[in-house]
Write a protein that binds this ligand. Structure first.
Ligand code: ADP
Ligand code: ZN
Length: 473
């Protein structure tokens, strides 16, 4: 053998040795950390520790009885959800609520985070899941909580049906375990995510996380409750709860808790035994400085969003009175909208030409209202989502539905077959949208007082419901 061959062989041997031991050591570490990840304990939290989130609390409250008396339900063949998905912005109290459920039901609480399953060695993620469920089963009834479930439950890549990759194995183990325990076991699995849109549909099917509860950022009333909850634990003097609730618009529960904690720290540092309005104001500036956006002007944002949503609400009521507006809100949703106007029925109904034009009008009304009240220079990016939807609808109107100039043509096909670019569609879409935009502009301008009334009420209450809107107009 030549010397270089010997060197090469030794090199390869060292390499293999290194890889093998490195792997083994890390794997051992992984296994020994298996028990640390799973936090097991009895929770002393109750729903009294959760402020706001009234609907979510109500929904979870009925599970308490189910966990305690599962036979009662199985006797009548009533199936309770095995898995409940809590989704919404971070810091809105999803973990807190899971703990409260376990605390109220008086059963052990098992918690893992999906992010702990990322980058583990082959099969370990799945093993961890099985281990977790095994433990939970041993204790009989329990609440299992999986935080950041999106880390293991991401939509599978197209074509990856065999589920060969590690994430899929973990996910499959979870699905198998969930269908593996009996309906009357008194065990509930709660999962949390702030990215419900990225979740694999398989997770949301019946028998899995088939109940989904949105946990929203607190509106003003809820913020007052959260503030009261935390101020009750400390002595406070001349702190206006109403004022603080106004200051903390768009804050999550966690941010409010943090703010009050900072204020308490300031008070202690100054040798005071109670929090004052001054401490709160200082802490507020401190907390805001930590917020990413330096020009965080939540007052202004709320004002613009109020006028934007008021535009949607008014034009919807004006052009589509048959659609009931259930809720108008200026609190951002976890789906990325700055505010939200919820009306029913949704736009999936049968679409006539007239209806589509009206829907386009409603979509434009938010931006139009911004322009009418604040001027062309001051329109915001808050209409991004509306513009996306409107463009898609307008393109279909022209190129698929044959509604523009009564042409009976599918333009996509036409351009494919003739190999010509789609310039005429582009122009038609532009003309259609600017024609409708102008009409909406006129509607909003002619009804400025009414739109403003809605906006003002929104600024005050942040969320208004159907009857309040009807009373107002
Ligand atoms: P999430 O799981 O939604 O990210 P957490 O439950 O971890 O949020 O919230 C973090 C902390 O913020 C909680 O421990 C609690 O102190 C506070 N908090 C958040 N939301 C609420 C709420 N609705 N009521 C009371 N405290 C809250
Ligand atoms: Zn909008």
């Amino acid at each position: 053998m030549e010397t270089y061959q010997i060197i090469a062989i030794i090199g390869v041997l060292i390499f293999i040795y290194f890889i093998f031991f490195r792997n083994k050591n890390s794997a051992q570490k992984e296994i020994s950390s298996l028990n640390e990840i799973e936090y097991v304990g009895s929770s002393t939290m109750t729903f009294d520790d959760v402020a706001g989130n009234y609907e979510a609390k109500q929904s979870l409250l009925e599970l308490v009885d189910f966990i305690q008396n599962p036979e009662k339900y199985s006797k009548f063949n009533v199936r309770m959800p095995k898995g409940i998905l809590l989704y919404g912005e971070p810091g809105t109290g999803k973990t807190l609520m899971a703990k409260a459920l376990a605390g109220e039901a008086g059963v052990p609480f098992y918690a893992v985070s999906g992010s702990d399953f990322v980058q583990v060695y082959a099969g370990l993620g799945a093993g961890r899941i099985r281990n977790l469920f095994k433990k939970a089963k041993k204790s009989g009834k329990s609440v299992i909580f999986i935080d950041e479930i999106d880390a293991i439950g991401k939509k599978r890549a197209a074509g990856n049906i065999k589920g060969s990759d590690e994430g899929d194995r973990t996910l499959n183990a979870l699905l198998t375990e969930m269908s593996g325990f009996a309906d009357d076991s008194g065990t509930v699995v709660l999962a949390a995510t702030n990215r419900i849109d990225t979740l694999d549909k398989a997770l949301l099917r019946p028998g899995r996380f088939d109940r989904q509860i949105e946990i929203m950022l607190p509106d003003k009333n809820a913020r007052k409750d959260i503030i009261k909850l935390y101020l009750n634990r400390i002595k406070a003097e001349d702190v206006s709860i109403d004022e603080l609730a106004d200051l903390t618009v768009f804050f999550s529960g966690a941010m409010i808790e943090n703010l009050i904690n900072e204020a308490a720290l300031l008070a202690i540092r100054q040798g005071s035994d109670r929090i004052s309005g001054e401490h709160i104001k200082k802490a507020y500036l401190q907390v805001l400085a930590g917020v990413e956006k330096k020009d965080y002007d939540n007052g202004m944002q709320k004002t613009v969003t109020s006028y934007h949503e008021a535009g949607h609400a008014f034009v919807s009521r004006y052009l589509l009175p048959e659609n009931k507006i259930i809720r108008v809100s200026v609190i951002p949703t976890s789906k990325g909208a700055g505010g939200y106007t919820l009306s029913t029925p949704k736009s999936e109904e049968i679409m006539t030409k007239g209806k589509i034009r009206k829907h386009l009008s409603v979509l434009m009304a938010g931006r139009v209202s911004e322009e009418v009240f604040f001027g062309k220079e001051n329109i915001t990016a808050g209409a991004q989502n509306d513009i996306e939807k409107a463009t898609s609808l307008a393109v279909d109107y022209v190129s698929k539905y044959g509604m523009n100039d009564e042409t009976f043509i599918n333009y996509q096909l036409l351009s494919d077959k003739l190999r010509i670019p789609l310039t005429s569609v582009e122009n038609s879409v532009k003309n259609l949208t600017s024609e409708i935009y102008e009409k909406v502009f006129k509607i909003v301008e002619d009804n400025k007082e009414k739109v403003e009334k809605i906006a003002k009420l929104l600024m005050e209450k942040e969320v208004i419901y159907q009857d309040e809107l009807e009373n107002l107009l």
